[in-house]
Design a binder for this molecule. Structure first.
Ligand SMILES: Cc1ncc(COP(=O)(O)O)c(C=O)c1O
Length: 375
């Protein structure tokens, strides 16, 4: 079946090509001056001191955990309802992900469920800003302070979102962003670590380039320097070609966000016409950027059959995201009933800058018919 209304579409124009051409013409295509420019622009946008570009948000989260010293035997609290990259990075460090249940309305980690999961092994909390709606960072930071835990924000979906007046990703000790194709802005694949802590930033940068001084630092030096490999680092460098796309995308990020917020309002109005489907709830404390627009389907309807019915009509939809604790890789004994419920009932609907109100009308007409058949 041909897709008439896709779930997402990245938005590019001639600016991306112009930026890429500058990089190709310069001859410096791996990590170099364009990455530096991209990092500086992200740091300026978020008003943070340090930004380190990396290959994706998974490597950003991995480096963040290594940066704060998470190691074998440690425990890290992870919001359960997330793409499993969030739990995976804890395992990469030899530590144990301890999954915390979510709030049924916001789909974000429930601060009231955090304390009972803290043990003497716990080193950090990773709240996830699910689908671009920031988690309740106020209470989360209070708990972290009380128990002396670090907070790493999984802001993969939330560049430009705000909790109260602060950008998501700038409230905890470290923020991690994704530039995957499904995010608000994209570099194809890409990620960024941000922090205000200089020593954390230095450590993370070093670990992102094999545990050695980066090529860019050496290039700037007046003297010939042979680098030393002081740590077991990784090759998590973003390329200048990807950064070129990022520089161009960042210029339009706010425009993309504003359009998606308009489209979300339209979706909200339209979904009121369909019983058994609820529009996403938005907390009064946040600016939601709608990386995804995720509705909730009543238990009376089989969500997977609804996805199939819409696919047959050319409307692409998807599950929201995953309940981590039931993924076999984690072998977890945690119980997160809210996350499991939302995993089974959430439905991501088409949402992207170039989506038109008329597309939403068509999708809603198909949704109504499918719901009538399935209820
Ligand atoms: C909440 C969350 N965290 C982490 C990731 C991993 O991001 P990346 O694909 O850039 O590694 C994703 C990707 O979908 C995500 O949604």
């Amino acid at each position: 079946m041909t897709v008439k209304i896709p779930l997402l579409r990245p938005y590019f124009d001639s600016e991306e090509l112009e930026e890429i051409k500058i990089v190709l013409d310069s001859g410096w295509v791996s990590q170099g001056p364009k990455v530096k420019e991209f990092e500086d622009k992200i740091a300026e946008y978020l008003d943070v001191k340090y930004a380190i570009a990396v290959t994706n948000c998974t490597s950003a989260l991995h480096l963040a955990l290594l940066g704060i010293g998470v190691k074998e035997g440690d425990g890290v609290l992870v919001a359960d309802f997330t793409f499993p990259a969030t739990g995976h990075v804890v395992l990469y460090c030899g530590a144990k992900p301890v999954f915390v249940d979510i709030d049924l309305k916001t789909y974000n980690i429930n601060p009231e469920s955090i304390e009972e999961k803290i043990s003497d092994k716990t080193k950090a909390i990773i709240p996830v800003h699910t689908f671009g709606q920031p988690a309740e960072m106020g209470p989360i930071m209070e708990i972290a302070e009380k128990f002396n835990l670090k907070v790493i924000e999984d802001a993969a979906c939330a560049l430009g979102a705000k909790y109260k007046n602060n950008y998501a990703g700038t409230i905890g000790d470290i923020g991690c962003f994704s530039f995957h194709a499904r995010k608000g802005m994209t570099t194809g694949e890409g990620g960024m670590v941000v922090t205000d802590d200089e020593s954390l930033a230095d450590r993370i940068r070093k670990l992102s380039v094999f545990g050695m001084t980066s090529a860019w630092d050496r290039e700037k030096s007046a003297e010939f320097i042979i680098p030393e490999f002081t740590d077991l680092g990784y090759n998590y460098k973003l390329s200048d070609i990807s950064a070129a796309v990022g520089v161009a995308q960042l210029k339009k990020l706010d425009k993309i966000i504003e359009r998606k917020r308009e489209l979300a309002k339209y979706w909200n109005e339209k979904l009121e016409e369909i019983e058994l489907i609820d529009a996403p709830y938005v907390s009064k404390n946040v600016k939601h950027i709608y990386q995804s627009y995720v509705a909730l389907i009543d238990k009376a309807i089989n969500r997977n059959k609804l996805i199939d019915a819409l696919t047959k009509k050319g409307v692409q939809t998807q599950i929201g995201t995953y309940a981590s604790h039931i993924q076999p890789v984690y072998n977890s004994t945690d119980k997160c009933p809210n996350s499991l419920d939302i995993f089974n009932r959430s439905l991501a609907l088409p949402m992207y800058y170039m989506l038109k109100e008329e597309d939403i009308d068509v999708a809603v007409a198909h949704l109504k018919k499918a719901v009538d058949v399935l209820k």
